[in-house]
Design a protein around this ligand. Sequence first.
Ligand SMILES: N[C@@H](CCC(=O)N[C@@H](CS)C(=O)NCC(=O)O)C(=O)O
Length: 201
Amino acid sequence: MMKMKLYHNPRSRSTIARWMLEEVGAPYEIVPVDFEAGDTRKPDFLALNPMGKIPTLVLPQGEVVTEAPAIVAYLADAFPQAGLAPAPGSPERGPYYRWLFFGGSVFEPALTETMMRKGAAPLPRQTVGWGSYDEAVATLEAALAGRDHLIADRFTAADLYVGAQLAFARMFGAPRLAESPVLGAYIDRVTAREAYRRANA
Ligand SMILES: N[C@@H](CCC(=O)N[C@@H](CS)C(=O)NCC(=O)O)C(=O)O
């Protein structure tokens, strides 16, 4: 059987895609990417993803999927038996998209801003699409207060993506997370999953 190919480096966001591949039980092979050897700048790789970034997933038919949240969302739909996405068009699909996109277009850039511009004045919150890091964290904290998961009281691909971002943030020592029992418990809960362990072994 033709397998999906994941261009991967264990010290990168491609661990998110690998975690999702493990969750859904997809047959896949790893194509190792060596940053130091310049693999992401080589023409063959740039032909797949001109951004020169991983994760990059190549489907057996040749289609290319990039951007970790898109890979996660695609796999959730392609492997419905894993039960990681509410049905398209169902009411729960709305908040499911909300949190998946929140992870990619709010939390991630907010985290990058707070970690890489330490000491600089924050970018204007009304203009940048992610508002501010503090608001992004407070929003997730409010969404998770008194509940185990973001949607429908079960683990979905949105928890995988947002949980992965939060786990990275905690690992990098990002502000506000150590003081949040709600987010701390959430990160512990999602990263206790077997598929997470397999992907990060
Ligand atoms: N928007 C992308 C970000 C991917 C990304 O920035 N990947 C980094 C590693 S964590 C990368 O491939 N860097 C290598 C490079 O830019 O040459 C996603 O969400 O997947």
